[in-house]
Design a protein around this ligand. Structure first.
Ligand SMILES: Nc1nc2c(c(=O)[nH]1)N=C([C@H](O)[C@H](O)COP(=O)(O)OP(=O)(O)OP(=O)(O)O)CN2
Length: 174
């Protein structure tokens, strides 16, 4: 059965603090693209619909997450003092703050997105599974997550926002 591949574009901002001397310690933004490749063991309905699932049924919830939660989110590490700044001064914007344990690198973000689409496909009882997720941070930097996540990649922040099939992007309490 042919694989299906979808791409979505969004804007984001982040800053990386582990390397204090890096220019990436200042908040900055990127216009990024996320591409997911989906595979299935099911057979298409030859002579009928000629597909296993419509594009719409496969991508509506996923793209709803990208458009409704990822686009224009600010990504921070849980220890970043800017998180407390938002908590204190602009709590109404916390739903646009994506929080990571550690720096919000493109690698961390790609693993988080992969776990989110896995959660969505599982919740939908989809016949498809994600076999690759590519996250283009800039035209010259792309992170690719393959078919199988390691135990460490699944265990990091386990049970948190990235494992829920919803629009959440942090685990902050109101
Ligand atoms: N391993 C990682 N390293 C860096 C990340 C990351 O997510 N993972 N991110 C950054 C910054 O976001 C930075 O904005 C991108 O860095 P850079 O490669 O310097 O971007 P350029 O557009 O300037 O790339 P060139 O192709 O070299 O012009 C830094 N590091």
């Amino acid at each position: 059965m042919p694989q299906v591949r979808f791409t979505r574009r969004f804007s984001m901002a982040h800053r990386l603090l582990a390397d204090a001397g890096s220019r990436c310690a200042v908040p900055h933004g990127h216009n990024e693209f996320v591409t997911v490749t989906l595979a299935t063991d099911a057979q298409m309905d030859f002579g009928g619909s000629n597909y296993v699932a419509s594009f719409e049924s496969l991508k509506t919830r996923w793209h709803g997450f990208i458009d409704g939660a990822v686009d224009h989110a600010f990504q921070v590490g849980a220890a970043d003092p800017l998180l407390d700044w938002f908590r204190t001064h602009e709590p109404q914007r916390l739903n646009q703050i994506m929080v990571f344990d550690g720096d919000p690198t493109t690698e961390a973000f790609a693993i988080a997105l992969r776990r989110k689409i896995d959660a969505i496909l599982t919740a939908e009882n989809s016949a498809y599974r994600c076999i690759e997720l590519a996250l283009e941070e800039t035209p010259t930097n792309t992170i690719v997550v393959g078919e199988t996540l390691s135990a460490a990649e699944r265990g990091w922040m386990a049970g948190g926002w990235m494992d829920r099939p919803d629009l959440t992007i942090n685990d902050l309490t109101p």
